[in-house]
Design a protein around this ligand. Structure first.
Ligand SMILES: *[C@@H]1O[C@H](CO)[C@@H](O)[C@H](O)[C@H]1NC(C)=O
Ligand SMILES: *[C@@H]1O[C@H](CO)[C@@H](O)[C@H](O)[C@H]1NC(C)=O
Ligand SMILES: *[C@@H]1O[C@H](CO)[C@@H](O)[C@H](O)[C@H]1NC(C)=O
Ligand SMILES: *[C@@H]1O[C@H](CO)[C@@H](O)[C@H](O)[C@H]1NC(C)=O
Ligand SMILES: *[C@@H]1O[C@H](CO)[C@@H](O)[C@H](O)[C@H]1NC(C)=O
Ligand SMILES: *[C@@H]1O[C@H](CO)[C@@H](O)[C@H](O)[C@H]1NC(C)=O
Length: 358
């Protein structure tokens, strides 16, 4: 087993050496279709861009933490072949995109402007957005700040995040979660926003990987969520069985992307919500835009105990005055990788059905 992992890792590193040094996601991504854009605030965004066949919409895929455009490999393979336009950025702090260290630069009003700069540069009037994890917060804010630019909104694992979500102070939110769930699902935000967390994680990346992608997702309740638990788990180099749907080659590519980019920049996605920056920024959302007026899809991950499905199902149901489609998967957090065939076919059915009411 160890030999197999090591040899596939070597294979991945040697075979993929050129793409790794360019920080581009490998196949099914076509390396000649990556682009860079200096967005209006002077930061670089690296993104994958496939032009749409006539009559097909462009799909914008937004990844979460700690990831890159490569999280969407199964969706890129599927929708590219069908002629959909694709825009798949490395989001701020990740991959080939700028990695500023000032947390203030990560608030939603600024990140959404960057995304719309990409749409402008690609001459896309309106796109369908599909998002996962922190990408779902950005997708929600795109609806709040730029509703005219999107046909519809797809959310995976993390659902629609309303404008008032971060108005609740972190400590109060922890107590609420304890009262509702019986555990503090967001306790790890404290570690993630602490000084030096990026280096601590890099020093224990294999252990981090195991609990980020655990085969037994209930382990996140005890070893990821509670205050102090994740730091104790990784500094102890605890190892548990990871999922089997990420191959050793894919794992090596994902881990290498984290190593190359570091985590000081990505952890800013947590610093702004552990503190008050995002909550203050969200006060700029106009009340008329709090409701989505377009179709919404939510893919609920029933075995995700951090981004708890029933809470987001309830949120999705009131997110839009248009049609709301909810699909459930017997999945942990990484539903687009764990159930690629189901997610792809459900998204396709949803997107094809949009013509009638979008
Ligand atoms: C990659 O994209 C380029 C530019 O569109 C195209 O010429 C080439 O055939 C594509 N390669 C593959 C393997 O599809
Ligand atoms: C990006 O654009 C800004 C002006 O908006 C400019 O100052 C900066 O040099 C540009 N950066 C790159 C990498 O081209
Ligand atoms: C959270 O709960 C703890 C323990 O019950 C309490 O001491 C603390 O004041 C609460 N904090 C907030 C912000 O509600
Ligand atoms: C993964 O979990 C399943 C049950 O969900 C179990 O049957 C299987 O043995 C586990 N695999 C490993 C490697 O622990
Ligand atoms: C530390 O590692 C040991 C041995 O692998 C394990 O039994 C123990 O549960 C771990 N502690 C934590 C906090 O993960
Ligand atoms: C949703 O609300 C907007 C603004 O109030 C309205 O224009 C639109 O017709 C509504 N859509 C539906 C399906 O009710």
């Amino acid at each position: 087993m160890l030999f197999q992992v090591l040899s596939s890792l070597l294979l991945a590193l040697t075979a993929g050496a050129s793409s790794l040094s360019q920080v581009d996601a490998p196949a099914p991504f076509n390396s000649s279709l990556f682009k860079d854009l200096n967005v209006s605030r002077g930061l670089n965004y690296h993104y994958y861009a496939v032009p749409a066949d006539t009559g097909k919409p462009t799909l914008l895929f937004l990844h979460g933490f700690p990831s890159t455009s490569y999280d969407w490999r199964h969706q890129v393979a599927f929708f590219q072949e069908k002629g959909y336009g694709l825009l798949v950025p490395d989001l701020l702090g990740y991959g080939g995109t700028s990695k500023p260290l000032d947390p203030q630069l990560y608030v939603s009003s600024l990140v959404t402007r960057d995304i719309v700069d990409i749409l402008d540069s690609e001459s896309i009037d309106q796109a369908v957005v599909v998002a996962h994890d922190w990408g779902s917060k950005t997708a929600s804010r795109l609806a709040h700040y730029f509703p005219e630019r999107f046909l519809s909104y797809g959310f995976l694992a993390v659902g629609y995040v309303p404008p008032t979500f971060f108005a609740t102070p972190y400590e109060e939110r922890l107590n609420l979660s304890e009262a509702v769930l019986g555990y503090k699902n967001l306790g790890y935000w404290d570690f993630f926003s602490s000084e030096g967390a990026d280096q601590t994680i890099l020093n224990h990346l294999d252990s981090l990987w195991d609990i980020l992608y655990p085969n037994d997702t209930t382990r996140t309740i005890t070893d990821w969520s509670p205050l102090g638990a994740l730091e104790a788990f990784i500094t102890n180099d605890t190892r548990i069985a990871p999922v089997d749907y990420v191959t050793p080659e894919e794992r090596a590519i994902q881990i290498e992307a984290i190593r190359q980019g570091g985590l000081a920049a990505p952890l800013n996605w947590y610093k702004i919500v552990r503190g008050t920056l995002e909550g203050e920024d969200d006060q700029g959302i106009s009340p008329e835009n709090a409701l989505i007026h377009r179709p919404v899809f939510f893919g609920a991950a029933l075995r995700d105990y951090i981004s708890v499905a029933p809470i987001f199902v309830a949120g999705a149901l009131v997110s839009s005055n248009s049609t709301v489609t909810i699909r459930e998967y017997n999945s942990g957090h990484w539903v687009q990788m764990a159930f690629p065939d189901e997610i792809n076919s459900d998204l396709l059915q949803w997107i094809e059905g949009l013509g009638s009411d979008a």
